[in-house]
Design a protein around this ligand. Structure first.
Ligand SMILES: Cc1ncc(C[n+]2csc(CCOP(=O)(O)OP(=O)(O)O)c2C)c(N)n1
Ligand SMILES: [Mg+2]
Length: 323
């Protein structure tokens, strides 16, 4: 069944489903590469949160500027960055978007209007606000979109940015991805009021809260908010209720929540919901399985390509340094 007011065609929805499978497979593949020792360090997966990234970014124009956080693979891949180059960046390869220097948490693609993932909690919010100021100054029709978490909404940068963005009516959409936890801390243990969208009211801007499991629902509410922001209505805060099915980072045993809670949230898995919507629109299970298989094959090919790509070395160690 189509979400009310949805303007998505079945082809669009299938395309979004396929991109969500790319994102999930990408991160499952990273998990394997970490366990084999091919990748080192850590990474933050967005498994379970794919509908938020894909729904919002598909509703934006390709020229709208995106700013992400430490959990940014979904945002990067939803924007359409090439999978082998995103994978290559994580592997420290020269073919990566930042020559392998940025990794997961500091990856940008300026030509695709992606201003970067960001390892500093709340660090991307003022960057988006500054980008929006530049866009307003240039009288551009583009907007800035910042993705961040519930934990980041307790940072000073969130409050300062919302205040100035509203005061100056900047074209920025603040997308608060509320996955119920900041690392191991539940929202109710860190936020005096757990309805985070209400924080917008204090700064004189519109705030709203939506479930973010059905990609069509996310697309629809994002499309409406983006149109208002683009139309000069000033900034907005979109609180998207989501759930990370995995741990905070690679080695998180998830002792702060129950397996029962996880099982209940899995019932709203975005791939499951999108599959149901596609079936209701008349697609066959075989067509949907084929789209998922194509997405998985794309990631497998991208992984091979990234593994074979050259790594940086002494000769280029200083290139790209400005200070
Ligand atoms: C300024 C700063 N403080 C602390 C951290 C450590 N840290 C990394 S992720 C994270 C939690 C962020 O929670 P949230 O914003 O809800 O995003 P989520 O991880 O849930 O997607 C913290 C505290 C950091 N990276 N930067
Ligand atoms: Mg969180």
């Amino acid at each position: 069944m189509a979400f009310p007011n949805s303007s998505l065609s079945t082809d669009d929805l299938l395309n979004m489903f396929r991109r969500m499978v790319v994102i999930r497979t990408f991160e499952e593949t990273l998990g394997n590469l970490f366990s084999k020792g091919v990748l080192g360090g850590t990474s933050h997966f967005c498994i379970g949160e794919e509908a938020s990234a894909v729904g919002v970014i598909f509703a934006a124009k390709p020229t709208d500027w995106l700013i992400s956080n430490h959990r940014g693979h979904g945002h990067l891949l939803a924007r359409g960055l090439q999978v082998p180059r995103v994978m290559g960046e994580l592997m420290g390869k020269l073919t990566g978007y930042c020559g392998g220097r940025g990794g997961s948490q500091h990856m940008s693609a300026i030509d695709l209007h992606f201003l970067g993932t960001n390892g500093i909690t709340g660090g991307g919010i003022p960057i988006a606000t500054g980008a929006a100021l530049a866009l307003k100054y240039k009288q551009s029709n583009d907007i800035a979109i910042a993705f961040f978490g519930d934990g980041a909404s307790n940072q000073g940068t969130f409050h300062e940015s919302l205040n100035i963005a509203s005061l100056w009516k900047l074209p920025v959409l603040f997308v608060l991805e509320n996955n119920l936890y900041g690392m191991s801390t539940p929202v109710a243990h860190s936020c005096a009021s757990t309805e985070l969208f209400r924080r917008a009211e204090a700064y004189g801007m519109k705030g709203s809260r939506h479930e973010a499991f059905n990609v069509e629902e996310v697309y629809t509410v994002a499309q409406e908010a983006i149109a208002r922001v683009r139309g000069g209505g000033g900034p907005e805060l979109l609180e998207l209720m989501t759930y990370r099915q995995c741990g905070h980072s690679k080695n998180d045993p998830r002792v702060y929540r129950t397996r029962e809670e996880e099982a209940k949230m899995m019932e709203k898995d975005s791939l499951l919901l999108a599959t149901r919507s596609l079936l209701a629109r008349g697609l066959s299970q075989e067509q949907i399985d084929q789209a998922a298989a194509d997405a998985r094959a794309e990631v497998a090919k991208a992984t091979e390509e990234a593994l074979a790509a050259p790594a940086g070395g002494r000769d280029d160690a200083l290139s790209g340094l400005f200070a």
